[in-house]
Ligand binder design. Structure first.
Ligand SMILES: NC(=O)C1=CN([C@@H]2O[C@H](COP(=O)(O)OP(=O)(O)OC[C@H]3O[C@@H](n4cnc5c(N)ncnc54)[C@H](OP(=O)(O)O)[C@@H]3O)[C@@H](O)[C@H]2O)C=CC1
Ligand SMILES: O=C(O)CCC(=O)C(=O)O
Length: 434
């Protein structure tokens, strides 16, 4: 089989109704179509996997500190649960949309299949800027969102986790609200909890650690040593800061970092420990960080470097800027940071892209470990968590690298082919009955 230039033919070409043309869901579908064609996927299975199993939209009234009632919109999308209970984070963001959550939920299905964890895919979102809420308002919002989702969530049904702008504290409130309803502590209903509540050691760092495991594997394939590597990281939250720190610990020179306040560039390398300290002591913001020169988030993506780690949000590398990207490797810490129409341009420039559904799968992998530990009531050492995480990420990277070489396709295409084949085979074995 050779690399395909034009990916869609036959029924794969038919547009899926109600999907914005240029959106994360459209990007997901374009890659899904490519894999469906390679796999000669049954038309019914293609249609089934093109839409989510369940979409829940809720209205969340919150009493604000000044007594006013504000109403927020919340979502939970379960894309598919054929591989097991659905799994995926919850995002708080002013511009989250149902279409974005649908794409993120589908990516979770493929991601769990890529790393062979027995979960389906889901994602949640609330349209809110949490920076405008007090801690008490955030708690009331989270508890009401959870109350509205009591029939959706469950340790055997659907298990949330952190994503953009949500953290261990938010997971603790979800667990507590759910447990109150069950009249018993049910810590396996969420992952990414504080360790004292049944969280797993290593979960907070897991996504960044997985990004770095894959990056080191990719550098190995290109015969570049980590200590001769320059790295650029977009986004300095959970995924970006841990990825930057672990690459820095490997001896790499991290020459640029960024958050919503802008980019920070130092051609001689940034002291990442200092940057993390700065952000932690300045309200989780790099604003005013003086260990580097200011640079825009867009210019940062186009810097000359060996490794670019987009770890902020979707659609950052697109058909407008893809031909100006100079990195040798892009490790997708974020979900969907590259649009489908940029894939070809990056491939033509010989850039190795480690796709999101592999690169950032360390988070859900350790979430799986957390769920297993909660259900056993027996907790692992951090060393055991990290060793198993590294092994699973490395095996998944090697597996997809082999698939990509075998079929002369990119790592992203290999990831979709592998994941969709796994989901479709499971579907076939289980069967579909009314
Ligand atoms: N947390 C996890 O375990 C996982 C997360 N992911 C994905 O990784 C990405 C980041 O998530 P996570 O680290 O958890 O989120 P966080 O909220 O912890 O961090 C997000 C970071 O991105 C920055 N940011 C937001 N918008 C922009 C922008 N336009 N330009 C530059 N920086 C920006 C934020 O800046 P500021 O703080 O200043 O707003 C912050 O530094 C998301 O795509 C998420 O879906 C994927 C797998 C697992
Ligand atoms: O840890 C999890 O369950 C899911 C993390 C997540 O939302 C993601 O991988 O995008």
């Amino acid at each position: 089989m050779s690399t395909k230039d034009s990916i869609a033919s036959g029924y794969y070409k038919e547009p899926v109704p109600h999907i914005a043309h240029d959106s994360p869901f459209a990007s997901m579908m374009e890659r899904f179509r490519f894999a469906a064609e390679i796999l000669d996927l049954d038309e019914g299975v293609f249609k089934y996997l093109s839409s989510p199993e369940k979409v829940v939209m809720v209205s969340i009234p919150v009493t604000m500190d000044d007594g006013r009632i504000e109403v927020f919109e919340g979502y939970r999308v379960i894309h598919n649960s054929i591989l097991g209970p659905s799994k995926g984070g919850i995002r708080y963001s002013e511009d989250v949309t149902i279409d974005e959550v649908k794409a993120l939920a589908a990516w979770m299905t493929w991601k769990c299949a890529v790393v062979n964890v027995p979960f389906g895919g889901a994602k949640g979102g609330v349209r809110v800027n949490p920076k405008n809420l007090s801690q008490a308002e955030l708690e009331r919002l989270t508890r009401r969102y959870t109350a509205n989702m009591l029939d959706v969530f469950g340790p055997d049904r659907d298990i949330p986790a952190p994503d953009m702008n949500t953290n261990e504290q938010v997971m603790a409130w979800i667990m507590d609200t759910y447990s109150m309803k069950q009249k018993k502590t049910e810590n396996a209903v969420v992952t990414g909890k504080p360790i004292i509540l049944g969280g797993s050691k290593g979960r907070k760092e897991a996504t960044g650690r997985g990004v770095v495991t894959c990056t080191l594997a990719a550098l190995g394939k290109l015969r570049i040593s980590p200590s001769n590597t320059t790295v650029v990281v977009q986004g300095f939250g959970n995924v970006g800061s841990v990825s930057a720190q672990l690459m820095y610990e490997q001896g790499a020179e991290v020459i640029a970092i960024s958050d919503i306040s802008g980019g920070y560039y130092n051609k001689n390398g940034i002291d990442i420990e200092e940057a993390i300290r700065y952000s932690q002591t300045h309200g989780n913001s790099l604003e005013g960080f003086d260990g580097a020169e200011p640079i825009s988030n867009q210019d940062l993506l186009e810097l000359e470097c060996d490794v670019l780690i987009p770890a902020a949000k979707e659609d950052q590398i697109n058909k407008e800027n893809a031909s100006r990207i100079k990195a040798k490797i892009i490790a997708e810490g974020a979900n969907g940071p590259v649009t489908a129409n940029a894939d070809k341009l990056l491939e033509e420039n010989g850039i190795m892209v480690i796709p999101d559904i592999l690169a950032n799968a360390g988070g859900v992998t350790v979430s799986y470990f957390e769920w297993v530990q909660d259900r056993h009531g027996y907790f692992w050492t951090e060393e055991r968590v990290n060793r198993r995480l590294n092994r699973m990420m490395r095996e998944s990277f090697d597996n997809l690298f082999m698939v990509s070489e075998k079929y002369s396709i990119t790592l992203r295409q290999a990831a979709y082919v592998y994941a969709i084949d796994r989901v479709a085979t499971t579907l076939k074995l289980r069967g579909i009955y009314a």
